[in-house]
Design a protein around this ligand. Structure first.
Ligand code: CXF
Ligand code: ZN
Length: 368
């Protein structure tokens, strides 16, 4: 079938909006009609040519929601009409990682996913005769996309797809990381108030954090962050000379948990330094420039601080995401206030420009 899609032909070029041919689902695959797709910074890294798992031309997008149109041979857990969220991190349920309670990572199809193809090594997208690659195994900026069954979370049908698409990345990553790492009464710092940071803030409030300190070089997201539960806000260099000293002063020695959402090495170091000695946790979510290394005094870790990371908020996509959607439907998690723009597919380049300039939190491309 033909499907309108955003195509990134090569890095640093505008996305082309064109019809692509989408082949039917092969064994273990599912054809999905995307209803809405949020734009995430990781898509931008593919457009800028700094995402190592991008093979061009590609169709970006990994924060979508839609409906099942057709299932391939052997697909037993999904049927036409089901509502789904594509998962860039699948859950096969059978590998050692899936069977472990220690991680939500599943690397069953990582090698093919990171080369822009389905698990059989081929793409389901073509423009004319030329293959177009998948991106993150999801390619949600196409009206129709093909996704492996193990990379689709089935969700309740009364959840609004034009909102819960954000659970495909930003909301789950932020809220999930907060719920995993924060205990009631903890003091928390969040470095970087973008699409992930604001969701860590609302997750921190839900988790019962005491002080929730936001740190950013821009004041543009402070109103939203405060509405989500941020208690203190610092612009380094303007409000305070050194955010680490300011955080220690505000908390009487350091935060219990610091979340790093910028990917800047200096900020990663600050997120470790601002933690309370003996048990403070620095949780890294921001993606560093390729090849970079982080240095810190080992004594901080020897005395009890830890430095760790979080992928998709630690949430196992197929088995655990539906419960998070329930919490949204119950009014516990907000999505509306972070959707700053709704766009048509034809406006997708404007959406990425809004992201670059910091004027948006989340833009959502609407297919219907
Ligand atoms: C990213 C986070 C870092 C690893 C790859 C996926 N998540 C979504 O944008
Ligand atoms: Zn993302």
């Amino acid at each position: 079938m033909l499907s309108p899609a955003a195509i990134c032909v090569a890095p640093n070029q505008l996305l082309e909006i064109d019809d692509v041919t989408v082949e039917g689902p092969q064994a273990g695959e599912v054809l999905v009609e995307i209803v809405a797709s949020g734009l995430c910074h990781t898509d931008l890294t593919a457009l800028e040519g700094i995402n190592a798992s991008s093979v061009y031309p590609l169709i970006p997008g990994h924060e979508g929601a839609g409906r099942v149109v057709e299932v391939g041979a052997g697909v037993a857990t999904l049927a036409r009409g089901d509502h789904v969220i594509p998962l860039y991190g699948p859950e096969c349920g059978e590998c050692s990682m899936c069977r472990s309670k220690r991680t939500n990572l599943c690397w069953t199809i990582k090698p093919t996913r990171d080369h822009g193809v389905m698990p059989d090594g081929s793409s389901r997208f073509r423009r004319g005769q030329e293959p177009v690659h998948h991106f993150m195994g999801t390619s949600t900026l196409s009206r129709y996309t093909v996704v492996p069954e193990i990379a689709l979370a089935k969700i309740r049908k009364d959840a609004p797809l034009d909102k819960v698409c954000l659970f495909g990345c930003g909301v789950t990553t932020g809220v999930g990381a907060a719920l995993t790492h924060i205990r009631p009464g903890d003091n928390v710092a969040v470095f970087g108030l973008g699409g992930i940071g604001v969701n860590i803030i609302q997750g921190a409030r839900i988790a019962g954090a005491a002080r929730i300190i936001g740190i950013d070089i821009s004041r543009s997201k402070t109103e939203l962050a405060r509405s989500y539960g941020m208690t203190d806000f610092l612009v380094p260099g303007e409000d305070v000379p050194d955010p680490v000293i300011a955080i220690r002063d505000l908390t009487g020695g350091g935060v219990d948990v610091a979340f790093e959402c910028t990917g800047v090495l200096k900020v990663m170091r600050q997120s470790l330094d601002c933690c309370v000695p003996a048990w403070g946790k620095s949780v890294l979510l921001g993606v560093e420039p390729a090849g970079s290394e982080l240095s810190f005094p080992p004594v901080q870790v020897r005395y009890g601080k830890s430095i760790l990371g979080s992928y998709f908020g630690g949430v196992k996509g197929r088995s655990e995401l539906p419960a998070l959607i329930d919490r949204f439907m119950a009014g516990e998690i907000d999505v509306d206030r972070q959707i700053t723009h709704r766009l048509t597919l034809a406006q997708v380049n404007e959406g990425f420009e809004l992201m670059r300039s910091g004027r948006s939190v989340r833009s959502v491309v609407m297919f219907e």
